[in-house]
Design a protein around this ligand. Structure first.
Ligand SMILES: Nc1nc2c(ncn2[C@@H]2O[C@H](COP(=O)(O)OP(=O)(O)OP(=O)(O)O)[C@@H](O)[C@H]2O)c(=O)[nH]1
Ligand SMILES: [Mg+2]
Length: 226
């Protein structure tokens, strides 16, 4: 058992070192990167499809899509106007830093301001693997159920923002927003949250403003006060 723990620890620290290298590469190119995580079908690609054309006037956008198989999501991101690269994990349930490194090699980072990474649809594994992105966003969706923060705490604990998608379906499913929000608050107090619908467009503006503010803050030079 102790040997197994050691192997897992070594694997994660090797991943962390590569994640740092990815981060340095993104910083050197002035690219702000978001890691989108969610269960399968929560609406990660739909959010990308809604985000890309709305920000394309002011920002140069790239998308890296992670899936077990197919390049369907990268094709959707490209159709929305992004420069898109697909990673097929071939069975792995998450992206890791070495996969991201390979995808970064396929992009001209000097031509991007914002990179959105769509992780593999899964509420467990992606939370354990840092990629080198600057912020992590969890996309929850109303039909998944209001108990998910309680059942998948790691997914909610480590993220910088939460999107609650498919708000248009709220009248049709038994989703107790107060119960859901209480669970989120316990795990990640004060987490910035965007209830929205990729179908109707409701709530998208607040999300877009947050993304733009992240990119602008990242661009500002760090002032050395020492
Ligand atoms: N009603 C409704 N349906 C939505 C909304 N957003 C996405 N969908 C639908 O949900 C389904 C899954 O959306 P995707 O964007 O493919 O979800 P995903 O998280 O990228 O899925 P994977 O990549 O397979 O994990 C599609 O049929 C979308 O049309 C929404 O706001 N409202
Ligand atoms: Mg997708």
């Amino acid at each position: 058992m102790s040997q197994r723990i050691l192997v897992v620890e070594n694997l994660l620290s090797a991943n962390d070192r590569l994640a740092e290298a990815n981060r340095s590469r993104l910083d050197a190119a002035g690219v702000f990167a978001l890691n989108l995580m969610a269960s399968p079908g929560a609406g990660k690609t739909s959010l990308i499809e809604q985000t890309v054309p709305r920000l394309a006037g002011g920002l140069r956008l790239g998308v890296i899509d992670g899936d077990i198989a197919t390049r369907l999501d990268a094709d959707r991101a490209a159709a929305a106007g992004a420069t898109a690269v697909q990673i097929n994990t071939g069975g792995e349930c998450h992206l890791d830093a070495v996969m991201l490194q390979g995808a970064l090699d396929q992009l001209d980072l000097s031509r991007l301001d914002l990179l959105i990474v769509e992780n593999v649809g899964n509420l467990v594994c992606p939370a354990s693997f840092r990629l080198g992105t600057h912020a992590s966003v969890l996309v929850a969706s109303v039909p998944e159920g209001d108990d998910k923060p309680y059942k998948y705490p790691a997914a909610y604990r480590g993220v910088d923002a939460l999107v609650v998608n498919k708000m248009d379906l709220l009248p049709y499913v038994s989703f107790r927003m107060d119960f859901f929000t209480r669970g989120v608050e316990l795990l990640n107090p004060g987490l910035v949250t965007f209830p929205l619908s990729c179908r109707t467009g409701e709530g998208l503006d607040a999300w877009l403003d947050w993304v733009v503010a992240c990119v602008e803050t990242h661009r500002q030079p760090v002032v050395d006060v020492s």
